[in-house]
Ligand binder design. Sequence first.
Ligand code: GLN
Length: 458
Amino acid sequence: MKIASKDQSAVELVREALDKAHQYQNEYQVFNWINDEAIKQAEEIDRRIANGETVGRLAGVPYALKDNFLSKAGETTASALILEGFKSPVTATAVKKLEAEGAIMIGRTNLDAFAHGSSTENSYYGPTKNSKDTERVAGGSSGGSAVAVALGIVPFATGTDTGGSIRQPASFNGVYGLKPTYGAISRYGVVAMASSTDCVGFFAREAEDLDLLMEVCAGQDANDLTSLPDYYAASEAEEGPKKIGIIKDFDNEAIDSEIRNTLKQKIAELEAKGHEIVELEMPALKYALAAYYIIVPAEVSSNLSRHDGVRYAYRSEEAQTLDQLYEHTRGEGFMPENKRRIMIGNFVLSSGFYDAYYIKAAKARTVIINEYQKAFEQCDFILSPVSPNPAFKLGAKVNDPVAMYLEDVLSVPLNLAGLPGLSVPVGQTAEGLDLGLQLVGPRRSDKSLIKFAQELKG
Ligand code: GLN
């Protein structure tokens, strides 16, 4: 296994991770909570190794958990006041699987509240800073997890990706970010954002580590009826020359010139290695962002209705009546972006608007799914930028929701189609900011995608 160095004890590995976590916390705000008790789990692993007992494939490996995964360790806040103080009675399936293999969670990472955002600035606890420039955003929503891996605090971290929340912060911080095929990993125990696109995935510094994490976590779960039977362990990465699709429309002025140049350079490198480049016309992709920002808020408004001030954690002190209890608790406990999505969601689902917005977006989604299907008749993978620009300045977009949504224009289409996507760190700008490119494959092609990432990185 590449993650854990066999020369170090679990206690040493975990101690090192915790020390770094504390050391970087003030400057980067990576964690919502640091799990100092993790040392005890490490001692237990070392004890088992000393006794010759079998230990798992991730024995003693420290990791960071995005703070929207339920587990009994610490509070699960999703970086929102409304969940502050929430001690989960259950543990997410992905967390159970990682910990059954001996992985040790050293902290819960910051995110945009409820994973709504592309910068981690929507967190109740304040923004995580970019690993290369603390005046810039970490990306989001899984900003804390990306930076935890980029700073070398942990070798891997979990994330969730509903519309790019793993891939975009991965590319902003120079690490790998995998959003698997929809349903590959159980969503049970993950704070729901948009159930039809939410995916559990990972950040890592080595592509091989993603492979191991998929081996450990993929599989069907009776608690998540959308989880797929485990295809991952049985799938084989196909070797040999590949056909790489490039989307014509994406080469335009809206995309930063350094990103376009990096893409061109990578295309030339791939061709030189014997891969074939195929130009794709995918006109329906331009509707993806609009469809996403109707479908996702619709699901968000439904999923967030459970936060009523009666269940879970926060309850407003202001309320005299039941209606006031809902109003004040939700008014105080959600962040502005959460409220915006609840309102948009309720609007597009309301009678009179449902056909005009929600149904139309659902139809556009089908067109997008079909367009990808056609594209994969012509190529094995699609290569594109992850986002239109590298990490932007803190504060630059946070008060302009539409500018923030436009960040997601290249990452959301595949979520609507349930496809796997992988952000591969491929270079840096002249200023030293990280750049990633996105590989997209057909459903269940995750293993080949991870394999090919290594070819792309060069
Ligand atoms: N940035 C996207 C959004 O705000 C994606 C978020 C996510 O993947 N959780 O919807």
